[in-house]
Ligand binder design. Sequence first.
Ligand code: UDH
Ligand code: NGS
Length: 285
Amino acid sequence: QQQKQATGASNSNGLPSCVDRHDILGGKFKPVMTELSPDALSYLFRDVTVGGTYTPDSCVPKEKTAIIIPFRDRSSHLNILLLNLLPMLKRQKVDFTVFVIDQQLPSIFNRGLLFNVGFLEASKLGPYDCFIFHDVDLVPINDLNFYHCNDGPTHFISGVNKFNYSLLYRDMFGGIVSFKKKQFLEINGASNMYFGWGGEDDDLRVRVVRRGLKIVRKYADIGLYDMIKHGRENSNGKNPVRGGLLKLAGKRQDSEGLSTIRYKVQGVDLLPLYTRVTVTVNMTE
Ligand code: UDH
Ligand code: NGS
């Protein structure tokens, strides 16, 4: 039994189950922080099928993963992220599809709401078990930071170059998190009420903790990221009411979130390396 677990039991195709290969993956790598054109990228990753899906062919993955990227006007970040993230996911034998959830102007950017859109729209397109919500400007630099869902919602970051490879505070739940489908449903998704920068990730943590789910965190030398440098967009200024919203996060959890989201899908495009979901949000609804 022990032996079988270590090598992965084989299934009906005769292929073994995919297992985390701590033994053969290299650990830390140096990311390439320069941009390739979308054409060059899609040529480089021609084994990724249209819409941004990749399935390993040497083993049977244990879960189907949707990588959800909240997005607006950051194509150069996206090109850099894909250049580094896709090879790592392939090395890790992750079965994934990349979704870019693109919020149109003029509404103020709303990262939490886009998590909910990503979850709902991806679920219409495939039987995903695992959702990894991923900022576009965070580039992973360690192969051993496995992109999975776990028994608890998972925070992938133990350190970012911007903070000397540490976190700003211990409880941080921003940047990159994963949820099993059941876990995200259980917390009623993210809050839709945070327009602008800040607080939505702390609200999400409150939702997780209030449901008694235990957050899984990465070891200090594993969850490492390099952030692509950028400024703050006018359409995502600091949210002046985030403190007040956060105080009542727990009270709102059941009455506001995945169950009450309102948005309009303007288009779903299957591009070579990702599925783009274009959405508009009416801030007064
Ligand atoms: N995002 C976009 N477009 C936007 C705003 C946000 O795609 O216009 C997405 C993107 O995935 C990004 C995430 O939302 O990674 C989080 O937003 P952010 O990267 O702006 O937040 P962060 O905390 O930076 O990384 C805030 C601005 C810091 C300015 C510091 C200047 N010295
Ligand atoms: C907190 C914000 C979080 C944010 C974190 C780190 O203060 O949303 O800083 O931001 N919470 C509130 O504003 C309530 S960082 O400097 O890494 O961009 O994620």
